[in-house]
Design a binder for this molecule. Sequence first.
Ligand code: FE2
Length: 278
Amino acid sequence: MTAIVHRAMSRTNDPRLREIMASLVDHLHAFAREVKLTEAEWEAGVDFLVRVGQASGATKNEAMLLSDLLGLSTLVVLLNNEQGRGETDAALLGPFWRNHSPECKPGESIARDPGGGEPLTVSGHVKDLEGKPIAGAVVDVWQASPVGLYENQDEKQPDHNLRGRFETDSQGHFHFRTVRPKGYPIPVDGPCGELVRAQGRHPYRPAHLHFMLTKEGYKTLVTQVFADDDESIESDVVFGVTPALSGHFEADGAGSWKLDYDFVMQPGERRIPRAPIP
Ligand SMILES: [Fe+2]
């Protein structure tokens, strides 16, 4: 069977598509043979994929969530970013990034509705592999609210709440104000939720801030910084945490918090990912 399918696909003009599909068929067939997939199980699998598509829409990308839950998103990110030259670890984009978030001035607050959260000041430097500051890098940040929901999951929050884009100054410095994000469960009302329950997994992500750093001449850095005091830091449901990405949220004793985190970008292509949701 496998050889016949290879032959049928052998005239694919695009060499990379030919390589990817040949390998995918090899592994898919090997998987079916290994578990001796029954017809009923195959039907359940096809039905699952259909429902993943149906559950996706303007506010939800269930397909990306599935990729995240299977560890594929983090694997792909690490395969493409881990050069070991001191660059910041990348982390998965996640299903909630939106393109064209508001352009903000240095120090501005992205908490257009703070939602009763504890104030947090975030600052840091963006550097290259030699430690030199990168001026004019765009630091795009997005995060969940103090109740653990992104603005597009929550009708109570204003549009683009807790999202903003900042530019580094001549020293590579950026800073902004926000509120402390809360850890949150991934959406479990769709087929991915069924899977997580069937596997006895908890659905939580540790509290984090998402970052996308872009600058011409540098590889786009998509990453996340996690609260090192979160109880799910060791068991992120989508496997995004690496030791270097755990950040320390420092308390000032008066209910406010501070996070300092520096980013290191590597040379490469400035590539803007396709937004998982509009
Ligand atoms: Fe997130």
